[in-house]
Design a protein around this ligand. Structure first.
Ligand code: HXC
Length: 270
C-alpha cells in the first residue's frame, strides 16, 4: 500500500488488516473529518458505505476512498438526508445489498453556522438539532438490526461546545449535548446486545469545514492557548476512531473521547 499518495504520512500505530471483513456505514462521510475516519478504517481493511446529502461530494469522496486499497469495497449513498428515516433506510438497504452487512456506524452528519440568538430563527435551531441529534437517532435506528446481528459498534461525532457556554453556537451546543445523552443512554440499553456506543468530541481541528466557518481567532493565537501547543488534525480524530472500533476498546462503551489537545480543560480557549 502506498499511503503517501493519500498524504497519509504518519505511521498508523495499528496492525494492518485489523478491520478486514468489517463494514462501516458513515453519515457525513464526505466531510473532512468523517472522510478521514473512513480512509483510516479502509486502510486497515474495512469496507465502507459513504453516506451524504450532497450527491457530487458524496460520490467523489467514495471514489477517492476506493483508491486506497485495491481489495476494498466502497459504496456511495448520495442524496441521503439524515433528518429523513426513509432516506437512511434506503442507504442501509443499498449498503447491505452491496457490502453484505454493517458492523460499524459513524453518526457524523452535522450542520453548523455562526448565528447570535437574536438572529437564530426557530427553524434554524430546529434544522441543526434535526441534523445533528435526530439524524444520529435515525442513523442508529435504521442500522439497528445489522448492529444487533453483528454485535456492532457506534461512534457519534460530538463536540466540546456544551462543556461551557460558547456564544453564537446555541443550536449546535444544544444538539451535541443531546448527542452525548443519546450516546450514553444507548450504550446502557444496547450493551446487553453486545453493541458498544461511544462518542468522539473533536476540538479545534485544522483544515476542516468547521474550522473555516467557525474559528474566530488565528491558528497561531489558538495554538498558544492549547495545552498540547498545536491544532488538531483530522488524523487525530481518525486514530481515536480506529481505537474505539478496535478490539483494544472492547470493554469501553458510553464514553466521550475528547480529541482537543487538552483545550477544554483550560479557561482561555475559544
Ligand atoms: C442564521 C441561518 C444561517 C446563518 C441558515 N440559516 N444559515 N440562520 N445564520 N448563517 C437558517 C435559514 O435561514 C433557515 O431558517 C434555516 O437555517 C434552515 O436553513 P436551510 O438552508 O433551509 O436548511 P438546509 O438546506 O437544510 O441547510 C441546513 C444548514 C446548512 C445546517 C442550515 O448550513 C447546511 O446544510 N449545512 C451542512 C453542512 C455544514 O453545515 N457543515 C458544517 C459542519 S461543521 P428560516 O427561519 O429562514 O427558515 C460542524 C462542526 C461542528 O458541524 C463542531 C463545532 C466545534
Amino acid at each position: 500500500m502506498n499511503f503517501d499518495m493519500f498524504n497519509i504520512k504518519d505511521k498508523i500505530p495499528f496492525k494492518e488488516d485489523i478491520f478486514k471483513g468489517k463494514v462501516v456505514f458513515i453519515t457525513g462521510g464526505s466531510g473532512t473529518i468523517c472522510k478521514k475516519q473512513a480512509e483510516y478504517l479502509v486502510i486497515l481493511g474495512c469496507n465502507a458505505s459513504i453516506v451524504g446529502r450532497n450527491p457530487e461530494k458524496t460520490v467523489r469522496a467514495a471514489l477517492e476512498i476506493s483508491k486506497i486499497r485495491k481489495d476494498s469495497k466502497i459504496v456511495a449513498c448520495p442524496n441521503t438526508d439524515v433528518r429523513n428515516i426513509e432516506s437512511l433506510e434506503a442507504a442501509v438497504n443499498k449498503t447491505v445489498k452491496e457490502l453484505g452487512k454493517i458492523d460499524f456506524v459513524i453518526c457524523g452528519a452535522a450542520g453548523n453556522f455562526i448565528a447570535d440568538f437574536n438572529h437564530l430563527s426557530s427553524n434554524a435551531f430546529k434544522s441543526v438539532v434535526s441534523i445533528d441529534l435526530l439524524g444520529s437517532f435515525n442513523t442508529v435506528k435504521s442500522c439497528f438490526q445489522e448492529l444487533k446481528k453483528n454485535k456492532g459498534s457506534i461512534i457519534m461525532v460530538s463536540s466540546t461546545l456544551h462543556y461551557y457556554g460558547v456564544p453564537f453556537q446555541i443550536h449546535v451546543s444544544a444538539a451535541k449535548a443531546g448527542v452525548d445523552a443519546l450516546s450514553k443512554s444507548l450504550a446502557v440499553e444496547l450493551g446487553p446486545l453486545g453493541i458498544r456506543v461511544n462518542a468522539i468530541a473533536p476540538g479545534t481541528i485544522a483544515a476542516t469545514e468547521g474550522f473555516t466557518r467557525l474559528a474566530r481567532a488565528s491558528p497561531q493565537e489558538l495554538t498558544t492557548k492549547i495545552p498540547l501547543q498545536r491544532l488538531g488534525r483530522v488524523q487525530d480524530v481518525a486514530l481515536a476512531t480506529v481505537f474505539l472500533f478496535s478490539e483494544a476498546a472492547s470493554y469501553i462503551t458510553g464514553t466521550v473521547v475528547v480529541v482537543d489537545g487538552g483545550a477544554w480543560q483550560t479557561s482561555n480557549v475559544q
